[in-house]
Design a protein around this ligand. Structure first.
Ligand code: NAI
Length: 253
């Protein structure tokens, strides 16, 4: 295990579960001091520093980011990962649900980054990584609202990368395919045929299986690290080949 992040500090939103927790653990294992901002940070035990905040609430974000910066002695790496899902076509979600998902998935990144920027500007190795999604670049059925939110995250990533490159702050995102997290577990539990639904999700990925949280965490840790010093304004797919590959159907045995 490399310790290339030794001496750096990192803040991970939505860091108490799934992709965020795996990322917080990996950044810590690579030497960073790590804080987690979450609605319920209990899932992220020491040595991770937990801070309670709702990324949809500006005051709670501002105070949690300041408290995290105080505890860590600054912020070099910000991982904007907190996000929520939504299912349905454009006919299916009420306006309130549109406002809520965009508020968490898009404005959540705005609020957290805005609060962290003064700290990032003081860093000699500043980096922001947003958790975007394959849904930003591929049309998935029953994901109109979620996809719109992640499309906005992709564009926001590029715009933020342009705005802050001359301040020495890199901004990138990862685009995971379907990842085996508690979130997907909840989706499967709610399905009429969980085993069939899991098989369909596996089959949608050219690799034939779901992405692991560790695989997404590794991609985030790479983009966050000084080793990626010339990489900004990119989206790194961690999707089992879903975005780029076109396979022929498997030959029948
Ligand atoms: P998860 O549900 O396992 O974890 C999400 C974490 O975010 C939880 O700890 C939750 O408490 C926290 N959170 C939710 N709303 C929050 C808020 N308003 N303020 C602060 N914290 C909040 O989810 P998972 O699967 O790890 O997803 C993390 C990110 O990855 C999300 O942005 C999601 O859109 C993205 N993603 C997930 C994929 C998947 O297949 N699981 C695929 C592509 C992207």
């Amino acid at each position: 295990m490399t310790t290339e992040l030794h001496g750096l500090t990192a803040l991970v939103t939505g860091g108490a579960s799934g992709i965020g927790l795996a990322t917080a653990r990996l950044l810590g294992a690579r030497g960073a001091a790590v804080a987690v901002l979450d609605l319920d940070p209990a899932g992220a035990p020491a040595p991770l520093h937990g801070f309670t905040a709702d990324v949809a609430d500006d005051n709670s974000v501002r105070s949690a980011v300041q408290n995290a910066a105080d505890a860590l002695g600054g912020i070099d790496i910000l991982v904007n990962n907190a996000g929520i899902g939504a299912a349905g076509t454009v006919e299916d979600n009420a306006d309130e649900q549109w406002h809520r998902v965009l508020d968490v998935n898009v404005l959540g990144i705005v609020r957290t980054t805005r609060a962290a920027l003064p700290h990032l500007r003081r860093s000699g190795a500043a980096s922001v990584v947003n958790t975007c999604s394959i849904a930003a670049t591929a049309g998935l059925p029953q994901r109109a609202l979620y996809s719109a939110s992640k499309g906005a995250v992709l564009s926001l990533t590029l715009a933020m990368a342009a705005d802050h490159v001359r301040e020495g702050i890199r901004v990138n995102c990862v685009n995971p395919g379907t990842v085996d997290t508690p979130w997907v577990g909840r989706l499967l539990e709610a399905a009429q045929d969980p085993a069939g639904e899991r098989a369909a999700l596996n089959g949608r990925q050219p690799t034939g299986r779901l992405v692991t949280v560790e695989e997404v965490a590794s991609a985030i840790a790479y983009l966050a690290s000084p080793a990626a010093g010339s990489t900004t304004g990119t989206a790194l797919a961690v999707d089992g080949g879903m975005a780029g590959l076109r396979l022929r159907p498997e030959p029948k045995p």
